[in-house]
Write a protein that binds this ligand. Structure first.
Ligand SMILES: NC(=O)c1ccc[n+]([C@@H]2O[C@H](COP(=O)([O-])OP(=O)(O)OC[C@H]3O[C@@H](n4cnc5c(N)ncnc54)[C@H](OP(=O)(O)O)[C@@H]3O)[C@@H](O)[C@H]2O)c1
Length: 224
């Protein structure tokens, strides 16, 4: 059965998945790149390719615990769901030419559903990514993504509001969050309103020598 999974979702010690304010110049606000430095050091990230020498060759980047977790992000997915604030900076809905942060060939390579109260027509990108814009409940968005996923899993790609809403709605089967040893104090926090979440999940924590802690939440009772 197609599962709903979250991967590589990085949070501060106080649970923020982004700082503030979000902007074109600073997509993660005052958090900068600190939430993802653990991932940038991995071979998984290098293999994504950013055009620099050696990148993508499979010969750069760490191959330890952080890489092993990070690489799960790419395995077994037929669709992604993300929030409007992941897709672009505040106000992107007013720019008819905005096509996401990722250039002409985004890394998703599947149908990718952007939740927004101001939807627009689908955008077909290079490499297999098509962005669909939906104003829908989490359950209805998941039904659409699952129908497009060809029997594979659906990734909930963030940001915090969307991960939180899907957890609150009981729609997440497996979540991998990465606790980074920084305190942000402000931003968009994932845990608000999720009191007692652990009752429904087996929670494991795996510390990495890099200083981050990988948290996995696996639903105790599979969805019918
Ligand atoms: N730490 C990580 O690993 C990670 C991963 C991914 C993203 N991020 C970051 O997280 C930040 C974004 O997170 P966020 O919590 O601010 O926002 P978000 O979860 O990306 O998006 C929330 C927005 O999506 C739209 N939306 C959500 N649910 C909807 C629904 N059911 N129907 C229609 N529209 C819906 C609404 O926007 P509108 O009302 O404006 O349409 C809402 O304000 C960005 O900085 C991003 O880079 C971090």
């Amino acid at each position: 059965m197609s599962r709903t999974r979250v991967h590589n979702f990085s949070i501060s010690l106080d649970g923020f998945a982004t700082g503030e304010p979000q902007s074109l110049e600073a997509p993660f606000g005052h958090a900068g790149e600190r939430l993802h430095e653990w991932m940038f050091a991995t071979r998984f990230w290098a293999a994504q390719g950013d055009g620099s020498e050696g990148v993508g060759s499979g010969e750069v980047g760490s191959v330890g615990v952080d890489h092993a977790f990070a690489a799960q992000h790419g395995l077994g997915f037929g669709a992604e769901i993300m929030g409007a604030n992941k897709f672009g900076p505040p106000g992107w809905q007013d720019d008819p030419d905005w096509r996401g942060w990722w250039g002409p060939n985004p890394p998703f390579r599947t149908p990718t559903f952007v939740l927004t109260h101001r939807p627009r027509p689908p955008m077909e990108m290079e490499g297999g990514t098509t962005f669909y814009f939906l104003d829908a409940s989490p359950a209805d968005a998941l039904a659409a993504a699952r129908a497009a996923a060809g029997g594979q899993d659906v990734r909930i790609g963030g940001g915090a509001a969307v991960v939180r809403d899907f957890l609150a709605a009981g729609l997440v089967d497996h979540a991998h969050l990465v606790q980074v040893p920084i305190v942000l104090g402000r931003g968009s926090r994932v845990w608000d309103g999720l009191e007692g979440l652990e009752d429904g999940y087996a929670v494991e924590a795996v510390p990495s020598p890099s200083g981050v802690v990988h948290l996995t939440l696996t639903r105790r009772v599979p969805r019918a």
